[in-house]
Write a protein that binds this ligand. Structure first.
Ligand SMILES: O=C[C@H](O)[C@H](O)[C@H](O)COP(=O)(O)O
Length: 231
C-alpha cells in the first residue's frame, strides 16, 4: 500500500511529464502541487511559469524557474494544481491552503487545467469530507458571513461557517482577505451554489471549481489513472 505522499509524488511526476518546452505553465499550490513543481524543475525545460501563491512562487524561484506575472501573458497553456475534493465531472473543492482566488485567476486564463491528487481526494459528492472555503473582504465580514449563511440555507446545504484563524488572529490570504470555511455537507448542485455565492456582496471568491478542470490525474495503489472530465 502506498502512502499519500508517495501518491502525491507519483502524480506530480506524471503531470510534469506532460509539460512541453516553450509553454506558459500555471503552478498550483499545496502539498501535491509542490511535488509537481519539484518534478517540473528537475526536467529543466525552457518554460515560463505563473505561480498561484507566494508560497509556490518562493518554491519555484528557489528551484531557478522563470516566473512571469499573470498580466504579462495572453494565456496559459497548461495549469497543474491539487484539490481538496474531486467530485463527479471533475467538479472540485479547493482552497484549504488559502490560495483559491489566485488559483481561480490562473485557471481562468488556462487552456488546459489538470487537477492532480492522491486517492483520498476522490469523492462521490462534493462537501462530504472538506469544508468549502469562501474568501471575503475584511470590511464588515460578519455581515457578509450572515449573507453566506442565508445562501447556504437557500441551497439546502449545511450553513455553519467558521472564520479561519491562524493562531489567535484571523488567517489572511495573499490578497489580504479573510476566509470563512463552510461545513456544507453533501452539495447536491455545486453549480447553483457557486453562482449564488459569487453573487453575494462581500464575497471575493469561493472554492468551488465547477467546469474548470479539463483533465484529472488520480494516484492510487495501482498507479496513476486518468479521471473523466466534464461531459
Ligand atoms: O489553497 C490551496 C489549494 O487549493 C490546494 O491546491 C488544495 O488545498 C490541495 O492541497 P493539497 O495538495 O495540499 O491537499
Amino acid at each position: 500500500m502506498t502512502s499519500a505522499d508517495q501518491q502525491k509524488k507519483a502524480v506530480g511526476k506524471a503531470a510534469a511529464a506532460l509539460i512541453q518546452p516553450g509553454t506558459v505553465v500555471g503552478l498550483g499550490t499545496g502539498s501535491t502541487a509542490k511535488f509537481f513543481v519539484d518534478a517540473l524543475a528537475a526536467r529543466g525545460l525552457d518554460i515560463a511559469c505563473v505561480p498561484t501563491s507566494r508560497q509556490t512562487a518562493e518554491q519555484a524561484e528557489g528551484l531557478g524557474m522563470r516566473l512571469v506575472d499573470l498580466d504579462a501573458v495572453e494565456h496559459i497553456d497548461i495549469t497543474v494544481d491539487g484539490a481538496d475534493e474531486i467530485g463527479p465531472g471533475l467538479a472540485l473543492i479547493k482552497g484549504a491552503g488559502g490560495a483559491l482566488l489566485r488559483e481561480k485567476l490562473v485557471w481562468t486564463l488556462s487552456r488546459r487545467c489538470i487537477v492532480i491528487a492522491d486517492a483520498s481526494k476522490h469523492v462521490a459528492q462534493l462537501g462530504t469530507v472538506f469544508a468549502l472555503p469562501i474568501e471575503v473582504v475584511p470590511f464588515g465580514h460578519g455581515t457578509t458571513a450572515a449573507r453566506i449563511r442565508a445562501v447556504l440555507q437557500a441551497c439546502g446545504v449545511g450553513s455553519a461557517v467558521t472564520l479561519r484563524m491562524k493562531g489567535d488572529a484571523p488567517y489572511l490570504t495573499d490578497n489580504g482577505n479573510l476566509i470563512y470555511d463552510a461545513q456544507c455537507g453533501a452539495i447536491g448542485d455545486p453549480g447553483q451554489l457557486a453562482t449564488r455565492l459569487k453573487a453575494t456582496t462581500g464575497v471575493v471568491e469561493h472554492g468551488l471549481f465547477v467546469g474548470m478542470a479539463t483533465e484529472g490525474l488520480l494516484a492510487t495503489d495501482d498507479g496513476v489513472r486518468s479521471l473523466a472530465g466534464p461531459t
